[in-house]
Design a protein around this ligand. Structure first.
Ligand code: AHR
Length: 508
């Protein structure tokens, strides 16, 4: 029996903004075992691969409909020189990956391998260019190498390396965390650099770029303001100048504190609640950046991109601390499902988000162990939620406050939900963060007739539950029959610490 209830109205005939599929983006950095020993095992490996790329992982990830993949970093991007990663592998120069364990990078996974990976995944590439230690010319030539047809110095070089036709690469990051590992710059200085680099990243033929200026850390709204100011034309009607098309920010969830990270699978009830209070912070952070952007760009022509998000725990014992390898429990899945509800709510301004990172690093979808691999609880949230991609958001108008929990004097809502519609099918996603109490969600669905469809649930006996190679489905989706129709209302009884999705068909 439910102890707590959230009530909301959903107007099926009043659509909100479209939820860009790119909110379900991913991130793969040359960090620890994400690329090497993760995605890429090399052509000589006993693990089945095509051109060195692991096919079993690609197959598993294809089920998520990954819309875009960000690469090569992160911090690594600002010491990466793309010319070192093209041509015959045996003659590619190596380098030291100073950010992530000082390991030697042999550059065997480079531009062509990344583009092959994107093609295999069916994902659009999102390339982070080097501003910290690179040059404007270097980035400009990378764009030319990838996207220019006909005869030019870079298209000739690409052909010499075996690729005749240019690729389509829309998304380009101008630097990464330029306030930190990407150059320790001040906002005003970077704002000018972003304009300069963006200017020389050209549209070749019909490949129109979407340039993302490296943005703020967490709630540093002054960084966003400096960027917006630098492309604004205050007082003119045409809005911001079309130099770059988006600005980003990064936000990670940890507990008990950023400086004192807890473990991924052994944590107290308090640490769990602190995690959820910290995860909720991304709501006010997106709202804060959006407010600043609204002042300079009321028409929302410039997008907001959260190109790094997710949980960050202490690395697993016995692993290299610089490799950021962590297990992934039901708690991580609930952090992810909460983030998606928040992202959907902000879909007008928020155009892209990338979880960190896809394989073996931070909040991963897949953890590998030699030839074997595990799908994490977070993987299942991405899969269960994939029909929100490019669907129309249906805002929830909460009429009866959501139940709340408190930790360290901070309150947070313990129930969250979102809904969207695409091709006459509604997907409702619901999360009960409460550790102990069930919750009831009552949604009054107005404006159109509807029929109740299938439900699925992701939960386990504890929030510490996680999958291992010996127990692949300790946390895996199951059929859910806790949703019922009561007149015009959808009534859902959600067990403690669970995530559920329910499908509806609407009369069009
Ligand atoms: O995702 C790991 C690191 O976190 C990235 O390299 C960096 O951008 C951020 O600080």
């Amino acid at each position: 029996m439910s102890n707590t209830t959230m009530k909301a109205v959903v107007n099926l005939d009043v659509p909100g903004p479209t939820i860009s599929r790119h909110l379900y983006g991913h991130f793969a950095e040359h960090l620890g075992r994400c690329i090497y020993d993760g995605f890429y095992v090399g052509e000589g490996s006993a693990v089945p691969n095509v051109g060195g790329i692991r096919t079993d992982i690609v197959d598993a990830l294809r089920a998520l409909d990954i819309p875009n993949l960000r690469w090569p970093g992160g911090c690594f991007a600002d010491e990466y020189h793309w010319r070192d990663g093209i041509g015959p592998k045996e003659s590619r120069p190596s380098m030291v990956n100073t950010h992530w364990g000082n390991v030697v990078e042999n550059n065997h996974f480079g531009t062509h391998e990344f583009m092959d990976l994107c093609e295999m995944l069916g994902a659009e590439p999102y390339i982070s260019g080097n501003v910290g230690s690179g040059t404007v010319q270097e980035m400009s030539e990378w764009v030319e190498y990838l996207t220019r047809s006909g005869d030019s110095p870079m298209s000739r070089l690409r052909r010499e390396n075996g690729r005749e036709e240019p690729w389509k690469v829309k998304f380009w990051g101008i630097g990464n965390e330029t306030w930190g590992c990407g150059g320790n710059m001040r906002a005003e200085y970077f704002a000018d650099l972003a304009r300069q680099y963006a200017t020389y990243c050209k549209n070749h033929g019909d490949n129109t770029l979407y340039r993302v200026a490296s943005g703020a850390r967490d709630d540093d709204y002054s960084w966003t303001e400096a960027l917006m100011k630098s492309i604004s034309c205050l007082g003119c009607s045409q809005g911001p100048r079309n130099i770059y098309q988006a600005t980003s920010f990064h936000y990670y969830t940890s507990a008990p504190a950023w400086e004192n990270k807890g473990r991924a699978t052994s944590f107290s009830d308090d640490e769990y609640d602190q995690t959820m209070a910290n995860a909720w912070r991304i709501d006010e952070i997106i709202a804060g950046h959006s407010r600043v952007m609204d002042c300079y760009d009321p028409q929302a022509r410039i997008g907001l991109v959260c190109d790094e998000w997710g949980t960050w725990w202490k690395t697993e014992e016995g692993t290299n601390p610089s490799f950021l390898f962590q297990q992934n429990a039901l708690r991580d899945a609930l952090v992810a499902s909460l983030h998606f509800d928040i992202f959907h709510k902000h879909a007008r301004r928020l155009v892209m988000a990338n979880i960190a990172q896809t394989v073996n690093v931070l909040q991963a979808m897949v953890l590998t162990d030699g030839e074997r691999f595990v799908l994490t609880p977070t993987y299942h949230v991405f899969e269960m939620n994939k029909d929100h991609q490019d669907a129309v958001n249906l805002p929830l108008h909460v009429t009866h406050d959501s139940p709340r929990r408190a930790v360290d004097g901070r309150e947070f809502e313990s129930v969250s939900a979102s809904a969207s519609v695409k091709d006459g099918r509604v997907l409702v996603s619901m999360t009960n963060l409460d550790l102990h109490d069930d919750a009831r969600i009552r949604l009054d669905l107005r404006g159109a007739g509807w029929t109740l469809g299938e439900g699925r649930i992701l939960t386990a006996s504890s929030v510490q539950a996680h999958n291992t190679v010996d127990d692949l489905s300790a946390v895996a989706p199951e059929k859910f029959d806790g949703a019922q129709r009561d007149g015009e209302s959808l009534v859902v009884d959600l067990p403690a610490h669970s995530f559920a999705t329910v499908q509806l068909s609407v009369e069009q």
